[in-house]
Ligand binder design. Sequence first.
Ligand SMILES: Cc1cc2nc3c(=O)[nH]c(=O)nc-3n(C[C@H](O)[C@H](O)[C@H](O)COP(=O)(O)OP(=O)(O)OC[C@H]3O[C@@H](n4cnc5c(N)ncnc54)[C@H](O)[C@@H]3O)c2cc1C
Length: 359
Amino acid sequence: MADILIIGGGIAGLSAAATLAAHADVTLLEAEDQLGYHASGRSAAVFLEDYGNNVVRALNHASIDHHRHANGGVLSPRGMLLVARPFERDRFLREANSFGMAEISKDEAQGIIPILHPENTGFIAHREAFFDLDANCLLQNYRKTALQNGAKILTGSRVSKITKTAAGWQVAAGEVAHDATILINAAGAWVDEIAQMAGIPPLGFQTMRRSMARLPAPSGHDVSGWPFLISVGERWYAKPDAGSWIVSPAEEDPVQPMDAWPDDMVLAEGLDRYEEMVSEPVTRVETSWAGLRTFAPDQTLVLGADVNSHSFFWLGGQGGYGFQTAPAASRLIADLVLGRPAEMSTDIEKALSPHRFSE
Ligand SMILES: Cc1cc2nc3c(=O)[nH]c(=O)nc-3n(C[C@H](O)[C@H](O)[C@H](O)COP(=O)(O)OP(=O)(O)OC[C@H]3O[C@@H](n4cnc5c(N)ncnc54)[C@H](O)[C@@H]3O)c2cc1C
């Protein structure tokens, strides 16, 4: 019998397994044959400390040291440009301020990204402290640490039944039944479904599709040093990726939990919004993909023991911040599961707790 069973082999489950396995007997169950197959394999792989609400930002802040230094670090400098149309001055100022960005002239911006549309781009702000985050490296680092600390990681283990027992939980995955004292629900888009299997009321998570298109670098430009480029109102964003240029329509379309794929029309409309702001037309899409971002009703992660069951822990609602927040979120779930004083402040702990939905 394991001390702790974790359901979900994305960044949430793997980071929790790595952090807890040094202190407990941990087994992680992942439905797919590979780890990080769903949201965690489809991210934009960036880190912006000032992204998300204040609770998310506190987790980002508490994660940055790990991202910078652990196992050689996973961050590399990218920089960020925020662009707005000529009639979006107020919104531009609000967002530039919220992201801690400085306004720059069109000429300066052209020197950084020469394809910005000279008339349609009204205002531009720049921020140096914005990073590419090597998402695959972070996943692999957590996987290796979990295994080194003795965790069992079982792929192809789709959980189909969860039963409360005298000692804790029995979880059926395929033909195998796993027993554990504590259950951690890190099932991404499926967190509510897992809760319901365990007889725990769902919390009302919403999954939202977001797509990405990989384009050839605009007319032969070397894009490798270009910053992350995002429109005011997050109507689209773009970034260099291994010599190509990826563009996301940045949609937030509610969908059921599924193996997500891009909607052609949504992608085309998003590329239109991007094209309005650049002087190089989109000539070809090399590949496209989509992933699910899963949000709690208040857009904040849900982290802690369920109100009705002290042995059922939620680790869900990572939304668009699952990689950014993983180091701090996994340390906090470990503190809560192990009954240690938490490193995060009590206010942040409360804001993340599932108890907030029943007050
Ligand atoms: C397009 C896009 C761009 C993004 N960009 C960024 C970014 O730049 N930075 C950032 O920090 N975040 C980003 N995100 C968000 C980030 O990818 C997610 O927050 C994160 O991957 C969520 O991780 P997870 O482990 O909770 O979910 P997942 O990776 O989906 O993992 C959950 C796992 O649970 C498993 N599971 C479900 N049901 C069962 C079951 N019954 N039995 C066993 N296993 C089960 C699933 O198979 C899945 O592998 C982005 C997301 C998208 C879609």
